[in-house]
Design a protein around this ligand. Structure first.
Ligand code: ATP
Length: 243
């Protein structure tokens, strides 16, 4: 059919659903679920996904660009999530390189982009977002500070309205990104950078680099100022933590 949205009750992972159906899907097709039994983060980490407590949303997009052009897509989606939250009254959301959304130092949402394809060829992209709407305080499996929309806004959240706002924002964002790449998103990303001018640590495997966060460069690489000057770091194995 021509459906561009599917809403499921329980699924292993909305990203997985998109991956399994990707070849038949139009750009912008969205899978939403009430719960995930195997919600994923980066590097095999888990995204805690209890029933009815959050938004688990994945969008399909085929790029004619080749995946080297997709560097920085998680930053771009971070900006889109921050914009959608603003439209619903959460004005203080911040981005953490490369893929998380924080409010008042606590994690509100995570982004997981998965790309399949070859250098220079068309590639299939899954844009996954897990965003806490009203997580019960009894959730104990999350090993870092987290928050949800309901505690920030101190009111019940209309999830349908929020989903519609977010999906529209993602559509617009992807169209701009396809045309113009990362460039238009750099300034808004820097404006929302949770670690701008703050002490940070980069954890790269066994190695730790300490310095001051200085935002991102034109390729989306993270900039850190150390005793040796400002250096750029890019790559999926890097995690940023407060210094
Ligand atoms: P990185 O900076 O490397 O991305 P991360 O710990 O934020 O590190 P992610 O893969 O982005 O890793 O997200 C997974 C992590 O997020 C989990 O290990 C857990 O600490 C946390 N987490 C899991 N579920 C939730 C949730 N519903 N809300 C907030 N945080 C969560």
């Amino acid at each position: 059919g021509n459906a561009n949205l599917i809403v499921l009750n329980v699924i292993d992972s909305t990203n997985q659903y998109i991956k399994e159906h990707q070849t038949e899907l139009p750009n912008g097709f969205v899978c939403l679920a009430e719960a995930q039994t195997a919600g994923r983060g980066r590097h095999g980490r888990k995204w805690v996904s209890p029933y009815g407590a959050s938004m688990y949303l994945s969008m399909h997009w085929t790029f004619a660009l080749g995946y080297q052009a997709l560097n920085g897509l998680s930053l771009v989606i971070g900006v889109a999530v921050v914009e959608a939250l603003k439209k619903l009254g959460i004005v203080e959301a911040q981005v953490k390189w490369p893929n998380d959304i924080y409010v008042q130092g606590k994690k509100l949402a995570g982004i997981l982009i998965e790309v399949e394809g070859q250098m220079g060829a068309t590639c299939q992209c899954v844009i996954g977002i897990g965003l806490n709407v009203a997580l019960p305080t009894s959730v104990t499996q999350i090993d870092q500070p987290y928050t949800d929309m309901q505690s920030i806004l101190e009111q019940d959240i209309d999830r349908n309205r929020f989903a519609a706002t977010l999906i529209n924002e993602l559509h617009t964002t992807m169209e701009v990104f396809e045309k113009s790449g990362l460039q238009p998103f750099i300034a808004p990303w820097q404006a929302a950078d949770v670690y701008a001018n703050k002490a940070i640590k980069l954890i790269i495997g066994q190695k730790t680099i300490e310095g001051i966060g200085r935002g991102i460069d034109n390729s989306g690489a993270l900039l850190i100022e150390t005793a040796e000057g400002v250096r750029a770091y890019q790559g999926g194995e890097i995690s940023v933590r407060p210094g």
